[in-house]
Design a protein around this ligand. Structure first.
Ligand code: 26V
Length: 823
């Protein structure tokens, strides 16, 4: 029976106190009077780890006892953030720990602040992977996350004179209490070299003679499900030099070369690439992709063979592999290589297995983000894989494409994995579609565009392959943990199980017009705003009024996300206030958080512009406190957790058709912010759920954007015909915001006019400004605002990542849940 077992006995705060003290003494080697906050954090984490590890062991035992089908989620990025608070919530030990620490004279909130974020990702794609791991564990699905154990995650952002400065992130500088090294599961990874054809028994075999061997060392991070459900594993690979063994060569002058080789091997997992949409074919990035894909596949195959030896019939029944974007697409030829070269399987059998296990998620349509590798670079690094890709391509073009479109060379060249041209390229998206049985986009509109614009020929060839799974977010981190006041209110008025049944928030719609509930809801929002005001003061020195509208835009800095549209509107408000100091507007604080890719000039200029405009406006007495602008430095998961609960307005203003889904939009709406947004990505589905009355939609639609672009868009048509727009764009070309440095902000104006305004900022400006007037008007009607905010929270159930995961399970992965034995 799996009823009451000793481990389930909930820890009392007394017992926890003892555990924490024990770890303070025996693992930290210190004592309460002397211990630093960091030591308290380490000791608390170690105490909680006892529960985590026990759950991990039981879960892994259960999985191997029942030989479970599992999904292997391959991702270059996992943006986990902090783990202690999450683990405490998921184990229901938060209050107990709070009490235990209080009894020891410590404050849990302060201790939680000691933990560095695990920032092993750039943005949406990496955070989605982290939310999915939380949901997989919570729903008791067997799953392993596979990624890279970067020594340095996403850079730390500072501002110097308003400009972004990057510093390396050092999340592991003082060790990390959550990870477990698994030397018994080390893998050897081959690179470079050449391929030899050997003839054996009248058969040609390919032998890859690698030029390089690298060791892949796995670090496991336990992923705790809510309710202490299963504890799954996130396995991150670290690169090391292979053990040096030839002592003679070493002593005969090889010493220096060996050190260089070691440094090169370790470079592979040294740093996360900080670009989230473009990267110009860097060799090291390709090696990172192969390194972690090959190590993960070797691990998957090893686990399978431990139970099934050379019987491959069960392989597609037990193994599902999800490719998080095309970054791990090289896993497809790698599995072919393992099956054919190492396991001696014939092509058709290998391909049939391969194609059944893989599926691929597309996260972007931006042409610059669609990965292509120079064929010669690819051949140099992975000579055997290029051969296999040629063969995959040959089978595909001569069998499938020729069948469907006989003699059509146009369609063959469009569908070929190899792009012909001056420089031949390997198209990773094509490889991913051909090698997978399912391909999904991440929101309805995005998935439709994947079918119609990105892969139309593939869609015609395989009408059932392309599908949609709308993204989601975990309500445990993004409501329960980050917004405890609201969580408690919901506990009292909806039902207690909302963290796993988010659709139950619907009950709150009945209270949307209830004056007492409205007051309670808005009081919480106000308290959250007071807390954020303190954070703003501490980080920037800027004082903001919690009575003002908190209008928040948080996401990577990118032209398509249009932070500069927001900025132009801020300039328009400022100008209205200067022209008429009595101009009637609800006081507003515009708050940004955004990192720019270090090499993305215009994005960095936009950050600089926001900082300079903020300086000027915040210090201008004439605006009478009606307008403030704040750009918080070093935006990251743990800062998002403080900003989101305090937002009144959520800025989701991408050019229609460009934002695949967005997930910040979901987090903000769930916490009662009203969206001002375009009909793009998941905004459309948010508007459907909340109702058009409770969001502020503006701007061109996807179809209108297409029509305008094909007519020929001319930004001057808008610039010259809108006096206010012209005035604010021209303002950027003066030294008003950068005294003594005229032209310091003119790159933005330049991109909007001579640059052709590729993201239609000027075209959407007026409609955006009008939508902002509606925001202002709604806020004046306190009851109407409260009603809309409550309805937003109440109707976001769809965006629970548990629902996304269940969609993946039903349509793609076909998993069964296995609650752990002993739970
Ligand atoms: C692309 C590249 C290109 C090469 C350099 C490194 C690098 C790193 C990441 C990426 C992919 C970025 C794609 C991405 O994050 N897409 C976002 O995915 C979210 C989750 O599906 C979605 O909500 C956002 O709309 C989408 O922009």
């Amino acid at each position: 029976t799996r009823s009451a077992s000793s481990r389930k006995a909930p820890a009392t705060s007394k017992a926890l106190q003892q555990k924490i003290l024990h770890h303070l003494h025996t693992t930290q080697g210190t004592y309460p009077e002397k211990a630093s906050a960091l030591a308290w954090w380490e000791a608390t984490a170690a105490a909680i780890n006892e529960f985590v590890m026990a759950g991990l062991t039981d879960t892994q035992k259960t999985h191997s006892r029942y030989d479970t089908r599992a999904v292997n989620y391959l991702s270059m990025e996992f943006l986990m953030g902090r783990l202690l608070s999450n683990n405490l919530h998921n184990l229901h030990l938060f209050e107990t720990t709070d009490k235990a620490l209080a009894a020891l004279g410590q404050n849990l909130t302060d201790i939680l602040e000691q933990e560095p974020d695990m920032a092993l990702g750039n943005g949406g794609l990496g955070r989605l992977a982290a939310c999915f791991l939380d949901s997989l564990a919570t729903l008791n699905y067997p799953a392993v996350g596979y990624g890279i154990h970067y020594e340095h995650g996403l850079f730390e952002q500072h501002f110097r004179n308003g400009r972004q400065i990057e510093r390396p992130d050092d999340w592991r500088e003082y060790g990390n209490p959550w990870e477990v090294c698994r030397p018994e599961s080390v893998q050897q990874i081959k690179l470079y070299g050449y391929v030899e054809t050997v003839y054996e028994d009248g058969r040609a075999r390919k032998v890859w003679h690698p030029g390089r061997n690298i060791k892949a060392v796995p670090w496991d991070i336990p992923v705790v499900g809510y309710n202490g459900a299963n504890v799954n594993i996130l396995r991150l690979w670290e690169s090391r030099a292979t053990d040096f063994f030839d002592w003679d060569v070493f002593n005969a002058g090889g010493y220096v070369d060996a050190q260089i080789e070691q440094a090169e091997a370790e470079a592979i997992s040294k740093v996360l690439y900080p670009n989230d949409e473009t990267e110009a074919g860097k060799e090291l990035r390709l090696i990172q992709q192969y390194f972690f894909s090959a190590a993960s596949l070797a691990d998957i195959v090893r686990r399978y063979q431990r139970a099934h030896g050379d019987d491959w019939t069960q392989f597609p029944k037990l193994v599902a592999i999800q490719l998080n974007d095309t970054h791990p697409a090289v896993a497809i030829p790698e599995l072919m290589r393992i099956l054919i070269d190492d396991k001696d399987m014939d092509w058709n059998h290998a391909w049939q297995l391969c194609h059944q296990v893989f599926s691929y998620t597309n996260h972007t349509l931006l042409p610059e983000a669609l990965e292509k590798w120079d064929l010669h670079l690819f051949e140099k690094v992975l000579p055997r894989h290029l051969e296999l890709i040629y063969e995959i391509n040959h089978h595909f073009l001569t069998e499938e494409v020729e069948q469907k479109w006989p003699g059509d060379d146009g369609v063959k060249s469009r569908l070929s994995i190899i792009e012909e041209g001056a420089r031949r390229m390997v198209r990773m998206g094509h490889l991913s579609v051909i090698g997978s049985h399912r391909v999904n986009g991440v929101a309805e509109v995005h998935s439709e565009l994947v079918k119609s614009d990105l892969f139309p020929d593939f869609h015609a060839l395989w009408p059932h392959k392309l599908t949609n799974v709308t993204n989601g977010i975990t309500p445990r981190r993004w409501l329960k943990a980050c917004n405890p006041r609201l969580a408690e209110l919901i506990d009292r008025h909806a039902s207690k199980d909302w963290p796993v049944r988010l659709d139950k928030l619907q009950k709150l719609t009945d209270l949307a017009d209830d004056a007492r509930f409205q007051n309670a809801f808005m009081k919480i929002k106000h308290e959250n705003k007071e807390e954020l005001a303190d954070v703003i003061k501490a980080l920037t020195g800027i004082e903001v009024d919690p009575g003002a509208i908190f209008d928040i835009q948080i996401k990577r800095l990118h032209e398509y996300k249009r932070q500069h549209l927001n900025l132009l509107h801020i300039l328009a408000l400022y100008r209205r206030l200067l022209e008429n100091p009595d101009h009637d507007m609800v006081p507003r604080v515009f708050i940004f958080g955004a990192k720019a890719a270090p090499g993305y000039r215009l994005a960095k200029d936009i950050i600089f512009a926001i900082n300079k405009v903020a300086d000027r406006i915040n210090n201008d007495e004439r605006v009478g406190g009606k307008l403030k602008v704040v750009m918080l430095p070093n935006y990251r998961v743990s800062l998002a957790e403080k900003m989101i609960p305090a937002a009144d307005v959520s800025e989701q203003i991408s050019t229609a058709g460009k934002e695949a889904s967005g997930t910040g939009n979901m987090k903000l709406a769930l916490n009662g912010a009203l969206t001002i947004g375009t009909l793009d990505g998941a905004n459309i589905e948010i508007a459907e759920e909340a109702g058009e009355d409770n969001v502020f939609i503006f701007g061109l639609t996807v179809d209108e954007v297409k029509a305008l672009n094909s007519r020929g868009y001319n930004p001057y048509d808008y610039y010259l015909n809108d006096a206010e727009l012209k005035a604010v764009v021209d303002w950027l070309d003066t030294d008003y915001f950068t005294p003594g440095q005229p032209g310091a902000l003119s790159s933005i104006k330049h991109s909007l006019l001579d640059g052709g305004d590729p993201f239609l900022v000027l075209a959407d400006f007026r409609s955006y400004a009008e939508a902002q007037l509606k925001v202002d008007a709604r806020y004046r009607d306190r009851k109407a605002w409260a009603r809309s905010a409550i309805i937003n929270t109440a109707t976001m159930g769809k965006f629970n990542s548990d629902r996304s995961i269940q969609d993946y399970v039903d349509r793609i992965w076909k998993l069964k849940p296995y609650p752990r034995d002993n739970a």
